[in-house]
Design a protein around this ligand. Sequence first.
Ligand SMILES: [Zn+2]
Length: 188
Amino acid sequence: MSTSMTGPTDNAPEPRPSPRTCPSPEPHSSPRTRPFPEPPPPDADALLLPVPDDDGAPFWQYAARGELRVQGCAACGELRFPPRPCCPHCQSFDDRWQRMSGRGRIWSYVLPHPPLLPAYAAQAPYNVIVVELADAPRIRLVGNLVAAPDAPLDSVDPARIRIGAPVKVVFHEQAPGVTVPRWLLERP
Ligand SMILES: [Zn+2]
């Protein structure tokens, strides 16, 4: 959850000089589940594992329970991704994690080319897709399209991938205690 992303912009006049700037950091007013377990040591021959930060840790904790949840503002209700402490719409630090239906559509995709890390080269050609969530079309998640939750990364023929194709989330335990969302075609 380290990807940077700029929030929506508008040209409406704002009463304050820095309307999109969150106030100075304060302790979170909502209780958070801490700490996230230490990630396993890196394995050069294995697929990369997520390295959660404090804001993104709940995403992975819910994933481990088989739930796809997105951070939302407890004050104004706006969803935001990637996770961060403050709401860009109303500057509230209160959040809640809203469960998604797990349905979406392929917004974009790539087929990574060499040079690849060894574990990825062994599964090429594979795909990386960007999924637009059905419940929150402004929220897009990056993942892999696979034929089954625990199938290899190259289990879907790249020729079958289409922009706009409906997909649904599944969960794969990639390492002990580390579960990642993946995606299946709704109409395989
Ligand atoms: Zn808000």
